[in-house]
Design a protein around this ligand. Structure first.
Ligand code: NAD
Length: 248
């Protein structure tokens, strides 16, 4: 088991990529607090996991990611539940593909607040805990568009470029405290967002992916698992692409 005895917080852990990360971490022996935006979806996710695997140690929380003090409180509560925090996965995020001519300032603020500011809010209290513990690892969720950009919806790639900047800079600052900071940059991945598209559209997107198909959430979660584990003990400041070569 790659994460035996480790503890983790996973934001946006109710569905999609985050849910796959939660399930793989639990399967590999970690105890996990999953965060989501609403009590109902968080409770439902915990219940589903527990029904299938009663022995898994999994808890749910739903802090307001727009509120730094609420996030700080939730990090402290998670630490009380788990005893320590070895791994923080910042996965919650939203995307947008609005044309610049229709873009509103508040749309830009909204995407930056969740995709960038909220990461800073979770990281701030967590690094203090990790430093005291003698180390830990943080994994942020970037995107292939942080390398390629995208032709509409400029807020989303901008936010993911910021995620890369935060990741690489913090990796350099925190290495001396044995805190590794990395990011996973998924390509088109079959989450609710993509699966809800008409098959014709999925086929058109797939044609542009050199691998010929979108990624599965579990394939992306494998990268999180590697970075969270001691197999990546000397890996920090890395933006790990999992995109079927789509970024080019
Ligand atoms: P998803 O929509 O299936 O899941 C998003 C998760 O974030 C959910 O658990 C949701 O509860 C949470 N969330 C959304 N808004 C929130 C809010 N305001 N407060 C708290 N939690 C909130 O999406 P996904 O495809 O699994 O995406 C997960 C991450 O992967 C995101 O950061 C996304 O940008 C990134 N990503 C996804 C793809 C893709 O193709 N699916 C590609 C590249 C990057």
């Amino acid at each position: 088991m790659l994460l035996k005895g480790k503890t983790a917080i996973v934001t946006g852990g109710t569905r999609g990529i985050g849910r796959a990360v939660v399930e793989q971490f639990l399967e590999q022996g970690a105890s996990v607090v999953l965060w989501g935006s609403r009590q109902e979806t968080v409770d439902a996710a915990v219940k589903e996991i527990k029904e299938e695997h009663p022995s898994y140690e999994v808890y749910g929380m739903y802090p307001n990611l727009a509120d730094a003090s609420d996030v700080e409180k939730a990090v402290q509560e998670a630490k009380e539940k788990l005893g320590r925090i070895d791994i923080l996965v910042n996965n919650a995020g939203i995307s947008q593909s609005t044309s610049i001519y229709e873009y509103k300032a508040e749309d830009f603020d909204k995407i930056m607040k969740l995709n960038v500011n909220a990461l800073f809010y979770t990281i701030l209290p967590t690094v203090k805990i990790m430093k005291e513990q003698g180390g830990g690892t943080i994994i942020n969720t970037s995107s292939m568009v942080s390398i390629s950009g995208q032709p509409a919806g400029v807020g989303y790639p901008t936010s993911k470029f910021a995620v890369n900047g935060l990741t690489i800079s913090l990796a350099r600052e925190l290495a001396k405290d044995h805190i590794r900071v990395n990011a996973v940059a998924p390509g088109v991945t079959k989450t609710d967002m993509v699966a809800a598209l008409p098959q014709q559209m999925i086929d058109a997107i797939s044609e542009k992916i050199p691998f010929g198909r979108p990624g599965e959430p579990a394939e992306v979660a494998n990268a999180f698992l590697y970075l969270a584990s001691d197999m990546a003990s000397y890996v920090t400041g890395e933006i790990l692409s999992v995109d079927g070569a789509c970024r080019a």
